[in-house]
Design a protein around this ligand. Sequence first.
Ligand SMILES: [Zn+2]
Length: 284
Amino acid sequence: MYRGRFAPSPTGPLHFGSLVAAVASYLEARQRGGEWLLRIEDVDGPRSREGAVEAILGALAGMGFVWDGEVVYQSARGDLYQREMERLGGLVFDCGCSRKEIGEGRYPGTCRAGMAEGKVLRARRLRVTDEEIWFEDGLQGRFGSRLERDLGDFVLWRADGGIWSYQLAVVVDDEVQGVTDVVRGADLMDSTLRQIYLQRLLGYRELRYLHVPLVLGEDGEKLSKQNLAPGIEVGEAADLLARALRFLGQEPPEGLGLVRLWEWGVGNWDVRRVGREKFSTGHI
Ligand SMILES: [Zn+2]
């Protein structure tokens, strides 16, 4: 049974880039007769904006998305993440490095053998290896890297605010929720490598991945809640859905209403038409 999911973080309203990812994952799931789950990734409490969850759920419903089962909230699942992190045993180490000390590059392994005297606990990190991790993406083809050389030991938990990392929460939830397929933006391909590494350590199932092009604004920047990309207006739902489909390389007929357009989408979705570039300003 195919089981897909869409997992927005409630740091602002749903913008066009998130809509594109949601449409792609929804149509992949529905065309295969699969389920489509909705999960709110609100582990990062302080950044989650008041009212954003309601706004996102309202926008998705207004766009005509129908999800299966109850919405899952990561903020309620800390005990589960804790339990799974403990299973990683000695591969998890305490890190006292500040963001400034680490800089922009990969984490150099400073605290692997213990924090230097006088440091305070800032994060728990997972030790990675130099073995190549790779996967066959449903759209992008083979993608891999060596985590130790390219990405470094990554954070599982932050002491400041007691925040579970995106990587750990996503991996645990996808396993527990029985997700089989992940369709999301191509900006997350490095995260996928970290997540596969974690899945293997925890003895989880392997997932299939499909990374669709990320929507860039006219300025060439990624649309994001942080740079205040405007939220979608569901009053224009049919037009928005048609634009999302065109961005994804599909060619819906002109002038269909929302319900007919979804029917067309489920019947005619063809992932081979989606562009293979990782970033695109598309036809938006
Ligand atoms: Zn450190």
